[in-house]
Design a protein around this ligand. Structure first.
Ligand code: ATP
Ligand code: MG
Length: 753
């Protein structure tokens, strides 16, 4: 027990050990909410003798569920953490649906439509109906209806009563979309939650294993997730949630800050516990963050109490262009690492962006300076063309009902099935209300005469495609020796002659693309048949088998198919929050992280850069809620432990003039920020070491490293034609000698441009 409670402060202890059934922990960033929640799980097991499989623990991202599992492994050990029902809302719901979904009429082996799948379905519907709605807008409107529990029937009903044309159009699209998913035996992200709600409402017995529900980041749950909480806890009302209204950043995805208050209404006996002490960030970072969030006057005043030393002031820097901004960041990263005698290294550093689209300049500067980085939320691994093609093949093998996947790859590599034929076949299938797969089969076997005209070469191409899929399917189902996802992938790659295809299609870049294919192969290699401990390890979210209550669980006997669908589901869920799933491999141990702010939620880094802090970027030009944008910047700033850098180019990446974000107005934040990076001396390094609880490097090591940096300075900063070496040199000198507290005020005056 000692280790579970060790080092917790009084408020955290009270929250961890409270015998109350319903507990809500409300606290600012870095106050140990996630730590406390994790300790409570361990305490329930150790002190209250809960069995791990009776505890349901919901986190917001895959990464945080992994981290929680790692922390629990240390606290309770013995592999007990693997037996918890722990994961994101989506992965846990999928688990319940795989096991009990047949009770509500879900067909076996359903697939998951990720957001790009659902967008292509919507685009096709809009095309077919000749509506001019924006596909992305339609997609988010559908998602918003679903997360608010508005059904197609209700919407159509309202639309016809109100006789509003646009609403009627939308209702029609919504209906066709649902129909398409149903026919493809697909669930989208919202369905995973909604259908699980249906299941638990109709068959509450399915959650009879759940005795305690614990939820992190509760401020970002939506109404459906609130319902899920109630349903999961229906049998025994033991609920712990943690949240922070100041960090609510998912309003655009129908999250309801009000869920925090709603919980107290739902469970009037809720014990609310506040944590105040901040263990993450330096005092100076907290002061600036607090000053920012207080601009929202509607918010009750609260303070962030530092436990660390003040440290150095966060930096706000204006730079002439996005390119110079990127070079400045790269310069600063190298300087920090060298001059702290390598006490700081690449994985200690994160660059957090309002939107992934801003990463181009930074990525290219990092590339030129030879700094390894990993991109979270940008072009994700699973979105790369070569990976998508192979995954689509696997999807079709797993689920030939997936019309879109077929349409995307039926002619890759080119086999004579032109885009017009594919489109016509797809439309014909839709009109006839059959799947594209069965239409193709019927056509090439001469069972039906299609209204689509199929040329001889096209017919041959379709035959070749069908042959690959059918052979793969057969191998997958081989009763004695079913193919694992990896062997299946190797089979597909060989049959497609995929390496050649890549060489032919991407002359300049074929090696990199082939390396990605190899990476996919190695990821698929984690899924073994029959399920062994390594599968359990990899499937971090879904390891616990749910109980077979009264024999209603659907136990799948088809090992090959089951393993393939598990692999594909994990791929789909990994892309859910635009999160790259490469996070825990060896390479990330030495890389700088570039991430969207949204995907950085709940995480922390010693050094954080927040570039592109201009009007239109943050607050974003398309954002509806300015307060939510401010909270987003607040989340970004509070990820930093020791050093925070915010920057803003005078010209943005499109070359347009940009002004500093209204949130960083010098009038309010001027006293809390400085315009140059810290002077790195022994005092600075020992402060940072204390905050990070690291050993402070000897001064001689720091001097040695910084001398190395100076001697290499000439070749460190290759320029791209926009800036001269003199300019860079002058920044450098400026940074190291000319620190002006509050000085950025001068830089933001128009005359300083
Ligand atoms: P966020 O709101 O950003 O999710 P949080 O409230 O969940 O933050 P944690 O991530 O749990 O905060 O904790 C922040 C940091 O503070 C972690 O490094 C954690 O280990 C550390 N921490 C939390 N409580 C204590 C404590 N009592 N003593 C020492 N360190 C602590
Ligand atoms: Mg947290």
């Amino acid at each position: 027990m000692g280790s579970i409670l060790h080092g917790l402060n009084n408020a955290q202890l009270a929250a961890v050990t409270s015998p109350a059934d319903v507990v809500q922990i409300l606290a600012p960033p870095g106050s140990g909410k996630t730590k406390t929640l994790t300790a409570r799980v361990a305490y329930l097991i150790r002190h209250y003798n809960y069995k791990p499989w009776n505890i349901l623990c919901l986190t917001f991202t895959i990464k945080s569920s992994r981290e929680m599992k790692e922390r629990l492994a240390k606290l309770i050990g013995n592999g007990m953490e693997a037996k918890l029902v722990l994961g994101t809302f989506h992965s846990v719901c999928r688990r319940y649906l795989v096991t009990y979904g047949h009770l509500i009429g879900l067909r076996k082996g359903f697939g998951i439509a990720d957001s790009s799948d659902s967008l292509s379905i919507i685009k096709r519907i809009l095309n077919r109906l000749r509506f001019t709605l924006d596909p992305k807008a339609a997609q988010s409107r559908i998602s918003s209806c679903k997360s608010k529990g508005v059904s197609v029937a209700k919407l159509s009903d309202e639309a016809s009563k109100k006789k509003k044309a646009d609403q009627q159009e939308f209702a029609q699209v919504f209906e066709a979309y649902e129909d398409q998913l149903d026919r493809g035996n697909l669930l989208d992200y919202d369905d995973l939650l909604l259908r699980c709600c249906d299941l638990l409402r109709q068959h509450p017995l399915c959650v009879s294993n759940v005795e305690a529900v614990l939820i992190d980041e509760f401020q970002d749950t939506n109404l459906v997730q609130f319902d899920l909480m109630r349903l999961f806890a229906a049998q025994r009302k033991r609920v712990t949630t943690v949240g922070d209204p100041d960090q609510s950043i998912y309003g655009w995805r129908s999250a309801e800050i009000k869920n925090l208050a709603r919980m107290q209404t739902q469970y009037p006996e809720t014990l609310v516990i506040h944590l105040q002490d901040n263990y993450r960030s330096s005092g100076a970072i907290l002061l600036a963050a607090q000053e920012l969030i207080q601009q929202d006057e509607s918010r009750p005043s609260k303070s962030l109490l530092p436990t660390h030393c003040p440290g150095t002031l966060p930096v706000l820097r204006r730079l002439p262009s996005s390119d110079t901004e990127a070079l400045w960041i790269v310069t600063e990263i190298r300087r920090l690492i060298a001059m702290t005698g390598r006490m700081l290294s690449h994985p200690d550093i994160a660059i957090l962006l309002r939107s992934a689209a801003l990463s181009r300049q930074i990525e290219s500067a990092m590339g030129r300076a030879g700094i390894p980085y990993r991109m979270v939320g940008g072009q994700r691994f699973f979105d790369r063309v070569e990976i998508k093609i192979l995954l689509d093949y696997l999807r079709v093998v797993s689920q030939p009902t997936n019309n879109d996947a077929i349409a995307r790859v039926v002619n890759i590599p080119a086999r004579g099935v032109g885009a017009t034929t594919t489109k016509a076949l797809l439309e014909e299938a839709e009109t006839k209300k059959v799947t594209l797969w069965s239409l193709i089969l019927d056509a090439i076997r001469g069972n039906v005469k299609t209204s689509t005209k199929i040329s001889k070469p096209a017919e041959k191409g379709l035959g070749a495609f069908v042959d690959i899929i059918l052979t793969a399917k057969q191998k997958l189902k081989a009763p004695l020796d079913p193919l694992s996802p990896q062997t299946l992938l190797q089979f597909v790659i060989k049959r497609l002659n995929f390496q050649d295809y890549i060489k032919r299609s991407y002359e300049n870049d074929s090696e990199g693309r082939w390396a990605n294919v190899e990476e996919l192969l190695s990821q698929a290699g984690e899924y073994l048949i029959p399920s062994s401990s390594s599968v359990a390890e990899f499937e971090a979210e879904n390891t616990t088998d749910l109980p077979d209550i009264e024999g209603i669980a659907q136990i799948d006997g088809d090992a090959g198919e089951e393993m393939l669908s598990m692999f594909l589901a994990n791929v789909a869920l990994a892309t859910e929050l635009q999160r790259d799933d490469e996070s825990d491999d060896d390479r990330s141990q030495s890389q700088v992280t570039i991430s969207t702010i949204h995907a950085a939620k709940g995480l922390e880094w010693p050094v954080v850069f927040v570039p592109a802090a201009y009007e239109g970027s943050i607050p974003h030009s398309r954002a509806e809620d300015n307060d939510e944008e401010r909270r987003l910047l607040y989340v970004a700033m509070t990820r930093a432990q020791a050093l925070l850098y915010i920057s803003c180019p005078t010209r943005n990446s499109r070359g347009e003039e940009s002004t500093l974000s209204q949130f960083l107005d010098p009038k309010t934040l001027g006293h809390y920020l400085i315009n140059v990076g810290p002077h790195i001396n022994t005092g600075f390094v020992s402060d940072v070491a204390r905050i990070l609880k690291r050993d402070c490097p000897a001064e001689s090591k720091m001097v040695e490293e910084s001398l190395k940096l100076e001697s290499r300075e000439d070749d460190l900063w290759p320029l791209d034609g926009q800036e001269t070496p003199e300019q860079l040199k002058s920044w450098w000198d400026n940074k190291t000698s000319n620190a002006t507290p509050h000085g950025y005020q001068q830089m933001n005056q128009p005359s300083a441009k």
